[in-house]
Write a protein that binds this ligand. Structure first.
Ligand SMILES: C[S@@+](CC[C@H](N)C(=O)[O-])C[C@H]1O[C@@H](n2cnc3c(N)ncnc32)[C@H](O)[C@@H]1O
Length: 256
């Protein structure tokens, strides 16, 4: 049987759907060759502006001497590459074909501060308190357990470090929200299917975004795993949101 006759199963679009891990990985493997082109086309390049804004909000931490960053669910390394001019950065993803493309981009740009590692965001192969900055862009929504993913980010972050979660969210102005949702649910899946050859991936995207917690709820989830000073920025009217949280330094030990 030719592989084209075996359809890639679409991952469950429900929030925290147990067992969706393998289907998520297979879906990204299927769309890896067209991922970058479609990302930039379907967002009219606004995704690049959002990643740059993310790095701007991390710059003070990245500029610390010897700082090291982890870019989780790094895919084809777009955010990894935005971080690399400022600090050493490890991009981590569990989808090999996405990492292959990411590695080609890192080599082409001679981004010597960037390296990629294969790993699962829910079981990171890194010691506690290893990174000054941890980012995840458009990845958190895909995890089987979002709270466990946030707890894993908190675990590998150094005290005094900062986490940044860039994710699709809810447009805040009603008429704009309706217009965007029409595009997101009706037009984007058709263009995505046509250009990527994957029927499921661009249907999964809007459905999984609808089932993902809105801005305030995600901020509460970050606080519940231990993040301090959690705040968020709505991007492009709330189409996406950037959540930031700190891992507080331990209180100074009392002096006698
Ligand atoms: C929508 S892409 C985002 C890629 C990149 N961060 C960007 O900004 O374009 C989501 C990525 O998350 C990865 N991913 C999903 N679940 C994961 C997990 N449990 N562990 C590691 N990577 C995961 C997928 O393989 C995919 O590359």
């Amino acid at each position: 049987m030719k592989s084209a006759e075996i359809p890639t199963p679409q991952p469950d679009t429900a929030f925290n759907a147990p067992g969706k891990r393998n289907a998520v990985r297979a879906m990204f493997a299927e769309i890896a060759p067209s991922y970058d082109r479609l990302n930039h086309l379907l967002s009219v390049n606004i995704d690049k502006v959002w990643r740059r804004f993310t790095v701007k909000k991390l710059k003070d931490v990245l500029d610390r001497p010897g700082a090291i960053a982890l870019d989780l669910c790094c895919g084809t390394a777009d955010l990894t590459l935005e971080l690399a001019p400022h600090a050493r950065v490890i991009g981590c993803d569990f989808c090999h074909p996405m990492l292959v493309i990411g590695n080609e981009k890192i080599a082409a740009r001679e981004a010597r501060q960037a390296t990629l590692a294969e790993g699962d965001a829910l079981h990171l192969p890194f010691a506690d308190q290893s990174f000054d900055v941890v980012t995840v862009a458009f990845g958190l929504r895909n995890l089987e357990n979002v709270e466990a993913g946030l707890a894993e980010i908190f675990r590998v972050l150094k005290p005094g470090g900062r986490a940044a979660v860039l994710e699709f969210s809810r447009p805040i102005v009603p008429v704009f929200r309706q217009a965007f949702e029409f595009y997101f649910h009706n037009i984007l899946p058709r263009i995505g299917a046509l250009l990527s050859g994957s029927k499921g991936a661009y249907t999964y995207l809007p459905k999984s975004v609808s089932n993902f917690p809105p801005q305030k709820r995600l901020a509460e989830m970050m606080r519940s795993v231990g993040f301090a000073d959690v705040r968020y920025h709505n991007l492009s009217g709330g189409i996406a949101a950037l959540h930031l949280g700190e891992r507080a330094l331990p209180p100074a030990s009392a002096k006698n």
